[in-house]
Ligand binder design. Sequence first.
Ligand SMILES: Nc1ncnc2c1ncn2[C@@H]1O[C@H](COP(=O)(O)OP(=O)(O)OP(=O)(O)O)[C@@H](O)[C@H]1O
Ligand SMILES: [Mg+2]
Length: 261
Amino acid sequence: MAEVIAILNQKGGCGKTTTAVNLSTSLAISGKNILVIDMDPQANATTAFGLEKNEDNSIYRVLTGQQTLDEAIVATEISGLDLLPSHISLSGAEIELSKDIGFPFILKEAMDDIQENYDYIFVDVPPSLGILTINSLVAADSVIIPIQAEFYALEGMADLLDAMNLVETRLNSPSPIKGILITLYDSRTRLGRDVYQNVKQYFGETEFIFKTTIPRNVKLAEAPSHGKPCVIYDEECVGTEAYNNLAKEILTMKGQKVEET
Ligand SMILES: Nc1ncnc2c1ncn2[C@@H]1O[C@H](COP(=O)(O)OP(=O)(O)OP(=O)(O)O)[C@@H](O)[C@H]1O
Ligand SMILES: [Mg+2]
């Protein structure tokens, strides 16, 4: 059974998609079978893999019951890595889905048939705490929270942790934190180091924070315009090195998959 990991933070631009794309590719290169689910109407993960934002195959059609998840999945150029693409049509889904009383469980139920096929499923979550995020949390076994090393890094974190608590208590669906990932990090600046310390203080238990940090690296920003994950676009750059290290760290962690009894 796949371990399902949602990558979320309602703060925009903190590196969720960059992490989903590069971590998943690095794990696929190391031989794991991976599915990336692009839950964001912006479809940034879809374009980062060089794929079309195609309305015919999309998470929108899965969530609205027009397609099974298996039907909507497409292969990427990377061996062992499949994608469930997104499309802007998903932006209208929130209202549509909220009419369904079972809306928080739609993604989880849709994943039932394909979980056996993968080692890891990563969900790239949009920057909001709406229905798409709740669906992602319910479907996830654990979450990775990327935090950008900047002054406002922890703003909104209490709301995010509240949302996670609500999903755990009200929907009986816990998603423990797999790790906090410090992104866009520059250890040479005082601000970078300060933010790192603040995040450590905020979360108390340092084992929550990945040992790997992701540096600010222009190659990571450039790669999506070439339709390639950075770990393939430039195998040598420091951004690639960091995501490869993160992949190794994930592989040595105990899976948080709780088998259903
Ligand atoms: N470590 C990094 N170094 C340099 N640029 C980065 C890095 N991580 C992300 N970026 C760039 O910063 C921007 C935001 O990153 P990304 O799209 O991964 O964030 P996000 O959290 O998914 O954003 P959104 O909330 O809009 O979904 C992108 O242009 C991306 O290429
Ligand atoms: Mg994104």
